[in-house]
Design a protein around this ligand. Structure first.
Ligand SMILES: Cc1cc2nc3c(=O)[nH]c(=O)nc-3n(C[C@H](O)[C@H](O)[C@H](O)COP(=O)(O)O)c2cc1C
Length: 151
């Protein structure tokens, strides 16, 4: 199974989580693709069978600037990925209240528009609760690996 990992990050935490996810998914035998600065054409060339988006939230519930171009390109082009499995890891801070993990929520809406099926509830990593997002993501990633291998 070929899985593309996309990330949106301001200070680097989401990128670290994405890299860790790539290591674990790769070690489990999945074919991973993670190029933080790649555009839509490179992503399409990989022809992903599954999608994992790891994104923090900035501003008032917004996606980081470095994910915006790819997000808008996907919304404009809507590749025919309907029915493919997807999952989201949202990094945020619950002290922001209503906009907690708003960036991740925008990706969930994009998945819905594209017909991508969320195979696991979004993992929310709360910066006000923990400073070890990579290890915190491990049980959820193990569950994701199990679900993708079973398909
Ligand atoms: C200026 C600023 C605005 C933020 N706005 C939000 C927000 O609206 N909702 C949220 O859940 N987290 C918000 N956060 C928290 C970050 O998403 C969180 O610290 C995350 O771990 C940062 O990950 P990154 O290093 O990948 O950017 C904000 C952080 C900063 C500095």
């Amino acid at each position: 199974m070929k899985i593309a990992i996309l990330s949106g990050s301001v200070y680097g935490a989401a990128e670290e989580v994405a890299r860790h996810a790539q290591r674990l998914l790769g070690a489990a035998g999945l074919e991973t693709w993670y190029h933080p600065r790649a555009g839509l054409d490179e992503l399409l060339a990989f022809a992903p069978e599954a999608l994992l988006v790891v994104t923090s939230t900035t501003g008032m519930g917004e996606l980081p600037d470095n994910l915006q171009p790819l997000y808008h390109a996907l919304r404009d082009r809507l590749p025919a990925w309907s029915g493919r499995p997807g999952a989201v890891i949202g990094l945020g801070d619950s002290s922001y209240g209503d906009t907690y993990c708003g960036g991740g929520e925008q990706i969930r809406e994009l998945y819905a528009e594209m017909g991508i099926l969320e195979v696991l509830p979004m993992l929310r990593l709360d910066a006000s609760e923990s400073v070890t997002p990579e290890t915190d993501a491990e049980p959820w990633l193990a569950e994701l690996i199990g679900l993708l291998r079973g398909r």
